[in-house]
Design a protein around this ligand. Structure first.
Ligand SMILES: [Ca+2]
Ligand SMILES: [Ca+2]
Ligand SMILES: [Ca+2]
Length: 300
């Protein structure tokens, strides 16, 4: 009995020691970058990236930097193809920005239940500023580990465009973090009429555009944003961050994610480094930057 207890205690210590983010947490093996928004007042959350022309294309997250959350083969680009831009703004705006373009053969937004977006096309993203991790999945963990969902509202009975990912069980606690002045989001499609149908498809498919900005909190209070600890975003900051893009059509649901298999298993997010204006706007960096150069600069 005593030896069994010793074994259990050793296992408990091992589990405790393992309750930290894996060293390899990124699907691209390197990490991701968020660029400082030069002029937050010029950004409009409308599903158009006309206001993102300043974004250095070197840092666009492309499909080869995602993996399948279910370790399935990656889809053909005609089935799903993703580009994502991550950005942040300095105080006083102090917001996280994201623009995700998804090319998809079929737009599926048929579910009417706001709390069940998972069978449809949507994005699932989140912040974990303190790198707390999912831990035991306790409700209290969600004060730190903060996933959200954005989905087109055309067919939702309750038209919430952004929700906490456990909307049904945490509705009262986290919904206010999804509303202005703390967050706003937009979803648009090309062609626009695709979103008039629960399920829409064509020979050439559809582009879906997700755009958002959101205040980031290192700790969320159940009493709402005003009682929570807001992060002050700054150049050089490391942000544990998740982006999953969900494809609801086909024989089974597909999740493309930026986190590694190890991070998925351990319940941690990928890693994003915040670059200031001077970090990515210098002429030499813009002219000759490639993923190889970035890897040399930041990955080792
Ligand atoms: Ca816009
Ligand atoms: Ca598809
Ligand atoms: Ca789809």
């Amino acid at each position: 009995m005593r030896s069994n207890l010793a074994v259990l205690m050793a296992l408990a210590f091992a589990v405790a020691a393992f309750a930290q983010a894996p060293a390899n947490r990124n699907a691209n093996g390197i990490g991701y970058f968020s660029l400082q928004v030069p002029n937050p007042a010029a950004m409009t959350i409308d599903g158009s990236d006309a206001d993102w022309a300043w974004f250095d294309p070197t840092y666009v997250i492309t499909m080869d930097q995602f993996r399948s959350e279910q370790d399935a083969p990656m889809p053909d680009p005609s089935d799903m193809d993703i580009t994502a831009k991550l950005a942040w703004s300095a105080a006083p705006d102090n917001m996280w920005y994201m623009f995700v373009k998804v090319h998809d053969d079929t737009l599926d937004i048929e579910s009417t239940d706001v709390g069940n977006p998972w069978a449809d096309d949507c994005i699932n993203y989140g912040y974990d500023v303190t790198d707390h991790g999912k831990q035991g999945g306790q409700p209290s963990d969600r004060a730190y580990y903060q996933p959200y969902v954005v989905k087109h509202t055309a067919f939702l009975t309750t038209k919430e465009i952004m929700i906490p990912s456990r909307y049904a069980s945490t509705e009262a606690d986290w919904v206010s973090f999804c509303h202005w002045p703390y967050a706003e989001a937009a979803v648009a499609t090309n062609p626009p009429q695709a979103a008039q149908y629960p399920i829409w498809t064509s020979d050439t498919g559809v582009d879906i555009f997700y755009e958002l900005r959101q205040a980031v909190f290192s700790w969320r209070s159940p009493d709402g944003p005003a009682a929570s600890t807001r992060s002050v975003l700054s150049a050089g900051m490391f942000m544990p961050f998740l982006l999953n893009v969900e494809d609801g059509d086909g024989p089974w649901r597909f999740d493309a994610t930026i986190r590694s298999a190890e991070a998925t298993a351990a319940g941690y997010f990928a890693g994003v480094t915040l670059l200031g204006l001077g970090d990515y706007q210098s002429p030499t960096a813009v002219e000759a930057s490639t993923w190889g150069r970035i890897k040399n600069l930041f990955g080792n």
